[in-house]
Design a protein around this ligand. Structure first.
Ligand code: AP5
Length: 213
């Protein structure tokens, strides 16, 4: 199965991708996670991406496209993968299609997670992530047992640099301008399924699974 998760910042793409990865035993490919790791490690990729990410802007297409091309050719992607945060605009979607044609593969599912802007702001301002294992928490919907520390590994919880009100507004703007048109792109291909991403993560997961071909 090859699946794309679409949706605005904070829609729950990462949360759902992690649950899908467990259920279907295929890798989650999150461009955001790959880029954040590169920033943390001060790699050339990270140095190039950091300013864009901090400003809530998209990292240039050539950077993320080559990153994805390299990743989906890896052996663990042979049985499928979940794309979380890619593609982010029509140019990226077209490049992805070209690459998959070269590999004689297709995308079988595109799931759009719908949430309103108010919910996005609540989800993102309340989010914290483990600096060691990447597990994710929310001060209301999934509070950690010990404040500031990860339930899974005891690591320190951090707030993402781009989860501040100003950058969230910019990310929402970028989503509307560049990413939302992908809904029409995939609708025309007959692939798009929409899930109202309200309710608990488990409830959303139930609806996502029902949509999967
Ligand atoms: P990226 O990391 O992809 O961020 P995003 O799209 O803004 O999405 P988020 O990770 O913030 O949210 P999410 O939808 O995954 O929600 P989550 O599950 O975490 O990108 C970051 C940056 O990297 C971009 O701005 C850009 O600069 C760059 N970038 C990445 N990909 C790129 C690309 N392809 N091209 C160019 N640039 C790129 O959930 C959020 C919170 O809500 C959590 O606390 C969670 O616990 C909680 N939550 C989840 N589900 C529920 C629920 N059902 N009910 C209540 N709370 C919930």
């Amino acid at each position: 199965m090859r699946l794309i998760l679409l949706g605005p910042p904070g829609a729950g793409k990462g949360t759902q991708a992690k649950m899908l990865k467990e259920k279907f035993r295929i890798p989650q490919i999150s461009t955001g996670d790959i880029l954040r790791q590169a920033v943390k490690n001060n790699t050339e990729l990270g140095l190039r991406a950091k300013a864009f990410m901090d400003a809530g802007q998209l990292v240039p297409d050539d950077v993320v496209i080559s990153l994805i091309k390299e990743r989906i050719w890896q052996e663990d992607c042979l049985t499928g993968f979940i794309l979380d945060g890619f593609p982010r605009n029509i140019a990226q979607a077209e490049k992805l299609m070209e690459t998959l044609v070269e590999m004689s593969l297709v995308i079988n599912n595109v799931i759009d997670l719908e949430v309103d802007a108010k919910e996005v702001v609540e989800r993102l301002t309340g989010r914290s992530t483990c600096s060691d294992c990447g597990d994710m928490f929310h001060e209301v919907s999934r509070p950690p047992k010990a404040k500031g520390f990860c339930d899974s590994c005891g690591g320190k919880l951090e707030q993402r640099r781009d989860d501040n009100s100003e950058t969230i507004q910019e990310r929402l703007k970028v989503y509307e301008q560049s990413t939302a048109p992908l809904k029409e792109f995939y609708r025309k291909q007959g692939n798009l399924k929409t899930v109202e991403a309200k309710g608990s993560a488990e409830e959303v997961f139930f609806h996502v699974c029902r949509m999967i071909k």
